[in-house]
Design a protein around this ligand. Sequence first.
Ligand code: ADP
Length: 407
Amino acid sequence: MTTDRTTGGAGRVLVLNSGSSSVKYQLLDMRERVRLATGLVERIGEETSRLVHTPSGGGEPRERTGRIADHEQALKAAAEELAADGLGLDSPELVAIGHRVVHGGLKFSEPTVITDEVLAEIERLVPVAPLHNPANITGIRTAQALRPDLPQVAVFDTAFHTTMPEHAARYAIDVETADAHRIRRYGFHGTSHAYVSRRTAELLGRPVADVNVIVLHLGNGASASAVAGGRCVETSMGLTPLEGLVMGTRSGDIDPAVTFHLKRVAGMSVDEIDVLLNKKSGLVGLCGDNDMREIRRRVDEGDERATLAFDIYIHRLKKYIGAYSAVLGRVDAVVFTAGVGENAAPVREAAIAGLEGFGLAVDADLNAVRSGEPRLISPVDARVAVAVVPTDEELEIAGQTFALVHN
Ligand code: ADP
């Protein structure tokens, strides 16, 4: 039996995902590999703040409403809820706090214990992640104030993509300009792509090193990645999460000259264009809805705008499946994950339809199964597996955090 040198046999990890006006938290026990509680604080700073805390093991969710002024109050409220379940954050059982940090640039290819230098580097990346990194920094500082004695670990969304070869990561623009401003493709959702590609290899019963996978992370944000033998070789998001697939509210790929046109001809400011492309485009821009359930309902009723939005979404997915098949050369599995990927059977069916030439097909009965488990949806004799693998970014963050502080 191994002895726990640094964690003394304790194994709880608190995972924090801090947004600008929300904090998602989960407490997990990584020795037992169980989730102890989950929670969400939203609309921080407004009068209508809300905390929903869900204890594991069948406990009823508890809700608090009313103003939660800032992240510090949010974390304190979460700590009170946890304490009410006997899971106080002052417990010696808690060994670390793992933070989702969106942008780690090129420096951070691994989970990293947060020091003042690390925090300064996360801060230096604010210009390339202006929406996300400031909120992550606030979350880290708040957690540090609460438990200054505990290791705080940053797990970066970009880390898994740092293995991308230079020819995939660089934009074909002037090298000096690009380097001066750190302009390159970083990719995001890396924690999910890492977890899902590994679980896919397990599902196939093969070593990660032998398996080539295309991961389609389709949530409100969406990204694809090509993973060869456990290493990311290409991903669809770029300098920011705007590039790539059609998303709930983001356009994904467009001709960059559209932005010049919007400025010069439509008279829009850069900030207005930013909002247009990040918040008012994608599915919501095309048809007014970004929830795939609602879009499918409208498609089934014959709504033309919803049908066109769905078709554009699927067309882009097919382009990426084709492109990443070429990048990988040999594909063992195409795997769907996140809210849309895990739940929307019509999206999976339509994205794979017509790709028989790539050895891809979906079995209608298997595709119709609803389950929280990783599963194959391709016919038994298929040359390439098609799978649904539910993502679990918090478990991955907790696992990476625990591994770092535990040895
Ligand atoms: P994110 O973490 O990016 O906010 P999620 O991965 O939770 O997003 O995905 C949210 C999206 O998943 C919703 O906007 C909706 O489009 C889609 N979704 C969730 N449940 C279903 C369902 N049962 N059928 C179809 N789509 C669904």
